[in-house]
Design a binder for this molecule. Sequence first.
Ligand code: SF4
Length: 472
Amino acid sequence: MNINKSIYQSFDVCKRLVWLLWNEGEIKNRGRDESIFRLALQLYPQGFDVETIQGDLETVAYQTKKLLRKPLFNSVFISSCGAAKIDILLPISDDYWEVVSVVAARSIHPSVIKSIAFDVDTLLRCGVEVKKCTALTINPQYQREGEIDPKKFFVKHDITRRVAVLVSQVEDVVSDIYKLIKLSEPPAATYGKHCNRCAFFQNCWGELPEYNFIFRKSKKMKDLIQSRNFDLKTAINNALTERQKIRINSIISGQPYINHRAIKLFLNRLEYPLHFLDFETVSTPFPIFQGTKPFEMVPFQYSLNIVETPEAEPIRFDFIYEGREDPRKDLMSELRGAIHPTGSIVAYNAGFEKSVLKSCASVLPEFTQWVEEICQRFIDLLQPFKSLNYYHPKQNGSASLKTVLPILTGKGYDQIKNGEQSQQEYIRLICGGLSADERAAILSQLKQYCYTDSIGMFWIIRELKKLVGGKN
Ligand code: SF4
């Protein structure tokens, strides 16, 4: 086994993690955005992709050395310190090379420079003299017109000096890593934020009770998690805020906490006709619509349910865009036609829906005044749950719609269960390659998902009214 970038970067995060990765884990390099990487390769049409060579790492590294006079993609090098896979390696003279790294982001995080320093150290040990280091980042100002032009899509940064400063540290760090991984036992676990997303969480902290979020989110509770003391009575004695006490008491009693007065005040703010609005958006490094930019948040769908009076049933309005042009004008025109001039607009985490409307108005100034007006009419249904005016022990610390809806109403989602999945399915829908039946199925699932987010708010309000004794 060889030390790679992933191990090298983890050394700064947690020594125990490095030991576990080496001795008990699977050592992988971090994933990358292949679509962005493949686009960057178009900048070097003479390049050869080393990944097409069959064989184990040693074989590929051996073959790489024979190909050094060509621009190489995914070239592999193994030195006494570790193994490196280089995105793009360019010969710039008989004796010198340039390392080009593709960064699927707008800027370069310091950890990226550190990992490139590891690569360069490996290259130097293999006799490849690196003269220049370049990072390619995404140009956030690039506006798609037709096929994406990689020359305009990427920004080149000369990072030679920044990398050079760190190359001199690689040997010492690698030597410390080798000492560490040879220990017969891993270093003791120390709890920190990084643990919460670590694959070895259970290895270090054991099986936690469902209510472990109480222990994880409070700094003062760090000692409890370190001592594996998950007793709720101890927790409540250590609880510092009313919010912690509400949650812990609710877990102990198994009953929801309901602040009737605050919920009534919230419901009294609703003015008919009620509009329940939910947007779905797409935001990708690769602009999928003509006229849009990398990472731009572009709405492609909404579901609106309008309830005219307390006795009325909801009337459903759906919009989903299926073309490849900018969908915002069609979406905003339809929405403006559907929303009444008066009445509350209810959204869950309304700041998001308002930000979508404002970002549309920033590129479509004819909607600015209307957006300003309707933004005054938003009511955020997240608020009573975020403020713990209602808290159920099964929420496990979450106030999201996906958590609250099934708890309060017993209803939930079908195939598409969250916004990320909805974005992925939408990209599949419009980027082609699907049969008519597959398209129809995805379209129906997307509509059902967005509709559930919208009508779910109506169902939640109906339940809140029942809880506090309101009408309809
Ligand atoms: S859970 Fe925390 S202490 Fe354990 S390996 Fe992961 S980061 Fe390190």
